[in-house]
Design a protein around this ligand. Structure first.
Ligand code: DGJ
Length: 734
């Protein structure tokens, strides 16, 4: 059993294979956090609690003369507010009488096998017999606000998911002003925060800082999870590196505004909370109503950052991503965006498709510009009718299919141009505040997806195109952040709900799409990786990683992304040189190696390739297909840190049985008289022998991992070493 309640000592142990999470109920009815770390026996860890009389840290009334228990210093499982805990809180509310206190006291618990979903929202799922769930009821005795803390333990994955359901069991209306998904009072000690910041065209760059006293906040108020800060944070002990050390991950399964806050308090205790961004949220709970928070995925390992990443990779592949393409080979595609932008004709598309077919490409994707009056980004968004003057879609799909390739299409459902029939008919369907002109971004406004009729209308338009011909892939884009939030469909006292309802609208659209068209591979996108999160991955098993297609920059982007997300989720394309974002000329080998380390595609005008380049494309696709299973489902190893040493980067995919390994070393900047590069492999079996393809010598796993492999000096930037290793029983290893 992975969840155990110790009746006598009143504590819950949540065990996974290698970790234990423990909470206890104290004599005053509060749920305390005792421990989260390496697996321990069913013993209470309450000796870790700081129960001491501290000046200016008061005591709850029911503690009577006990000055040692303070909500301000104890490790708490999920906190209320306004009653003497001065640290960041998990939830806040305005009660019917105008007071702002929430006092969450233990009421009871429930344990069951399996895991439930969260209504209308993405959440990790159980494939059968993988999980056990604990629900703990906390309630404010004064207002009747109940918080049901849900923990699902995936024992073999070493992962725990958490969410909270709020219910109003009182008589009056309660307005939630903060309703976070999780709170984690960390083990004593210093903690480094690792988070993933960025910008359009440079997403998810790792940054590591020692948590100081006070509060650090990572968040988004853009209506999407954002290019700027990804909803995934790691707390690591200071000595933790890739291959060893204690580290915790917290990842939000959500695609809208969020916040992760970390506070080190007066006693050096560290608290981490995560959930919907309270700055842009409030939710009215009338008597009898409930509210569900999104879920977080928590993981712990003492084996370092790479092991933590691999835990998330496995969990996302197995328990978040769904559908036909969950873990099978995704078709190698060509996307016309950087090849033509809006400037294409039917014939031009056919020409690219025909070239694609000759090169072994498996799918043709038609990007922006196929609908309405959409010859640039000024107009057309919202009018999901094929522009037959530009492209005869059904005919093109047939042509592509007859070439033996699949066909894919771009959409951007949540957006509208003012110059569109949709906006002219329904000007009140956009987010805008009465009396104010809404801000434009890329000349577009945001449709009010908090309204079901808007979501359903756009869905019907798009679904009718998708059913009109054999479309087997959809790229769902979102090219601006939300602003001017106000919905014509909600009263003034519910306007704080619009942004979360918007996200629910996005999920409604996505769920309809994948259930009506289960054969479609959905790829997420938001100006590249602006909505790269576990929430979208529940619907779209891959996401366009970045609009920056420069291979060198992509090394950094994919490196940062890999901390939380597997290669199977990263859409990655070979594009033309000079690169359209940086002007850099990278070798075809480098562009190929980087794109082949994600879900491979091409994004350039194939008709302009020289014959040597075409030969390379053919070779890349052949190789990729050979190794696709390893890239999709293998364990990913970051072998060097390109942020610290930007001259080169090495990574590898190792099969679960550790018999196969695909290794890449890319040389980004060659130096004169440079020191040789030595890379130590990881994840191999030390006592097994490996044959490196195209090399005569056989190496033991131990030699490759403990001694490493030293590479000859490179001549010229952008050189790639791709090595495929397989365990061998024959020959003698050095
Ligand atoms: C932004 C995307 O990231 C690009 O790949 C492309 O689809 C454009 N939008 C189209 O407008």
């Amino acid at each position: 059993m992975s969840i155990v309640y110790n009746q006598e000592e009143k504590f819950f142990n949540l065990h996974t294979q290698n970790t234990t999470y423990q909470m206890g109920i104290n004599q005053y009815g509060y749920l305390l956090h005792n421990y989260y770390g390496r697996r321990i026996a069913d013993v209470s860890m309450d000796q870790l609690l700081d129960l001491n009389d501290r000046g200016f840290s008061g005591n709850p009334h029911q503690a009577g003369r006990d000055r040692n228990f303070s909500l301000d210093t104890a490790a708490l499982e999920y906190t209320g507010c306004g009653i003497g805990d001065y640290r960041i809180s998990s939830c806040e509310a305005v009660n019917a009488d105008g007071s702002t206190a929430v006092d969450l006291q233990y009421v009871g618990y429930n344990i069951y096998k399996g895991k439930q979903g969260i209504p209308g929202m993405p959440a990790a799922y159980d494939n059968g017999g993988e999980s056990e769930t604990l629900e703990i009821m906390l309630e404010d005795p004064c207002t009747g606000l109940r918080a049901i803390l849900c923990y699902s333990v995936f024992e073999n994955m070493d992962m725990i998911t958490r969410s909270v359901r709020f219910e109003n069991h009182g008589d009056g209306t309660i307005r939630l002003e903060r309703a976070l998904s999780a709170c984690l009072d960390m083990q004593p000690g210093s903690w480094d925060l690792i988070h993933f910041h960025g910008r359009h065209c440079m997403e998810r760059q790792p940054e590591r800082l020692r948590q100081p006293h006070g509060i650090t906040r990572i968040s988004s108020k853009r209506g999407s999870s954002s290019h700027q800060h990804n909803p995934f944070v790691i707390m690591a002990s200071p000595e933790t590196v890739e291959a060893y050390g204690d580290c915790y991950g917290m990842m939000l399964v959500y695609s809208g505004d969020y916040a992760a806050e970390i506070e080190m308090d007066q006693m050096n205790h560290t608290r981490l909370v995560m959930g919907i961004n309270p700055d842009t949220f409030s939710w009215k709970l009338d008597k009898g109503q409930s509210f569900d928070t999104p879920e977080v995925i928590m993981g712990f390992t003492h084996e370092g950052l790479n092991a933590l990443s691999q835990m998330y990779h496995r969990f996302i592949r197995n328990n978040i991503c769904r559908g036909k393409y969950k873990n099978i080979h995704r078709p190698v595609l060509v996307n016309n965006w950087e090849g033509t932008y809006f400037n294409f004709t039917h014939e031009k598309l056919e020409a690219i498709a025909s070239e694609a077919q000759k090169l072994g490409i498996e799918m043709f994707v038609l990007d922006d510009g196929w609908f309405g009056k959409r010859d640039d980004d000024y107009s057309g968004l919202g009018d999901w009718k094929v522009n037959e003057a530009k492209v005869r879609l059904t005919e093109l799909v047939q042509t592509v299919n007859s070439m033996g390739m699949k066909f894919g299409l771009w959409i951007e459902p949540e957006m509208v141009n003012e110059d569109s029939d949709l906006y002219r008919e329904h000007p009140d369907w956009v987010l805008k505040i009465p009396g104010r002109n809404p801000s434009r971004a890329r000349y577009q406004l945001v449709l009010d997806f908090s309204r079901r009729e808007v979501v359903d209308y756009v869905y019907e338009q798009i679904a009718s195109v998708l059913s009109s011909c054999n479309i087997e892939y959809v790229k769902w884009d979102m090219n601006r952040s939300l602003a001017d939030t106000w919905s014509a469909a909600l009263p003034a006292d519910r306007q704080g709900e619009v942004r979360h309802r918007f996200v629910l609208g996005v999920y409604r659209f996505a769920e309809r799409l994948i259930s009506d068209f289960p054969h479609i591979l959905l790829e997420g996108c938001s100006g590249g990786g602006g909505r790269f999160d576990a929430g979208m991955l529940y619907y779209a098993p891959q996401i366009w990683c970045s609009d920056d297609t420069d291979a060198e920059e992509r090394v950094l982007i994919q490196y940062g992304t890999s901390f939380g997300y597997p290669a199977s989720t990263m859409g990655s394309h070979v594009s033309a040189v000079p690169n359209h974002q940086t002007g850099r000329i990278s070798t075809m080998d480098l562009r190929g190696a980087v794109a082949m380390s994600g879900m491979l595609g091409y994004e350039l005008d194939l008709t302009k390739l020289k014959s040597a380049e075409k030969a390379k494309v053919r070779q890349q696709i052949r190789e990729y297909k050979k190794y696709a299973e390893l890239v999709m489902n293998g364990d990913y190893y970051r072998l060097t840190d390109p942020v610290k040493d930007s001259d080169y980067c090495a990574w590898a995919f190792v099969s679960e049985n550790r018999k196969k390994c695909l290794f890449y070393l890319v040389n980004l900047h060659t130096r004169a008289n440079a020191p040789l590069i030595n890379v130590r492999f990881r994840g191999l079996k030390p006592d097994a022998n490996y044959k490196i393809q195209r090399e005569k010598r056989i190496y033991s796993g131990a030699a490759l991992m403990y001694g490493g492999y030293t590479f000859p000096a490179f001549a010229g930037d952008g050189q790639v070493v791709q090595m495929y290793l397989e365990e061998t029983k024959s020959g003698t290893a050095r």
